[in-house]
Ligand binder design. Structure first.
Ligand code: APR
Length: 320
């Protein structure tokens, strides 16, 4: 069986980490694409020279030409400008929308059968635009945000309880912004939901509220520390988990930015929801019953995503 092909559009901080993880996990051969001459080539060569030491088999190459994406099975898009300190995700809209237009055209031409994972911010609006620009089926284009947001939530919870991260499961809904909705009721430690742990005296509601707040601001916390860029290890690991579920037909249920056609009462919008990812792309959306508080939070988050989508339509009337 021929190896799978993974195309990484954007060979920056996340792109390089994606290539390393895809290689180490032997998910397939990796093509790094970027507009910067030499950067994807240099990173690919450096990583190819890592393979003998780490002992993985994957062909890694770097390119400035969309042609090299030909026949890719998975495309992960990080092309664009990352958030700088003091810059909101929304400030990035205009710049990164143009990038999505170019990337969408490249994917449509060279790998229209691929499963596409978008990471570029502002995430929910960019994945919406990328799907429209590429014309790929909506179930084959997703955004990576919820796995990362939930991973942050899981880490903070494991730290609070002093338990293994493996036994902490967490769910976040909504857009990838400060109004995302970490779902306390659906998050568990060793299978025990968080509200039960409050009753059992393991933690307090105040501490949980502080963790929810830190989760919402998790991206900004890293930006403030790094000063010259945004998070890249955990975002890359999160997108690789999604790619692996598709390539291996694992049918994992992961929080992803998926296209909604009436689920959760939302239409023609990408927003974070639990979805099953398998060989068919997004195979199922888990249309959860929400409490009135959760619903209010989710609706607020959807409204801000819709605001960004409307702004995209104003900037690029072709999308309207
Ligand atoms: N086509 C291809 N690549 C592009 C384009 C384009 N039109 N425009 C920019 N790039 C490349 C840049 O040259 C750079 O190498 O995208 C890469 C982005 O890499 P970084 O600046 O290192 O950003 P990174 O930290 O990887 O984050 C990428 O993910 O989390 C989001 O907000 C973040 O949108 C950003 C993205």
């Amino acid at each position: 069986m021929a190896r799978k092909k993974i195309a990484l559009v954007g060979a920056g901080q996340i792109g390089g980490t994606l290539a390393l993880l895809a290689g180490q996990k032997e998910l397939g051969d990796v093509v790094l694409f970027d507009i910067m001459d030499g950067v994807p080539q240099g990173k690919a060569l450096d990583l190819a020279e890592t393979a003998p030491v780490e002992g993985f088999n994957a062909k890694l190459s770097g390119t400035n030409s969309y042609e090299a994406l030909e026949g890719a099975d998975v495309v992960i898009v990080t092309a664009g400008v990352p958030r700088k300190p003091g810059m909101s995700r929304d400030d990035l809209l205009g710049i990164n929308l143009k990038v999505m237009e170019q990337v969408g055209a490249g994917i449509a031409k060279y790998c229209p059968k691929a499963f596409v994972i978008c990471i570029t911010n502002p995430l929910d609006a960019m994945v919406w635009a990328l799907q429209k620009f590429s014309g790929l089926p909506t179930h084959m284009v997703v955004g990576m945000a919820g796995v990362l947001d939930s991973a942050r939530f899981r880490y903070f919870l494991s730290d609070e309880f002093g338990v293994s991260v493996e036994d902490v499961h967490a769910m976040t809904l909504g857009g990838h912004g400060d109004d995302m909705v970490p779902l306390i009721r659906y998050s568990t430690v060793g299978g025990v939901p968080l509200p039960e742990l409050v009753k059992m005296g393991w933690t307090t509601q105040e501490k949980l509220d502080a963790i929810v707040d830190r989760t919402r601001k998790g991206g900004g916390e890293i930006v403030a520390l790094l000063k010259t860029g945004s998070a890249f290890y955990a975002p890359a690991a999160s997108a690789i988990a999604m790619a692996e579920s598709y390539l291996k037909d694992k049918k994992r249920v992961l929080p992803v930015a998926a296209y909604l056609k009436g689920e959760f009462g939302v239409n023609d919008t990408y927003v974070g929801v639990p979805a099953m990812i398998g060989a068919g792309g997004v195979e199922k959306i888990v249309d959860l019953e929400l409490s009135s508080d959760e619903k209010a939070g989710f609706e607020k988050s959807v409204a801000s995503v819709k605001g960004l989508i409307e702004a995209c339509k104003t900037i690029a009337p072709a999308l309207a």
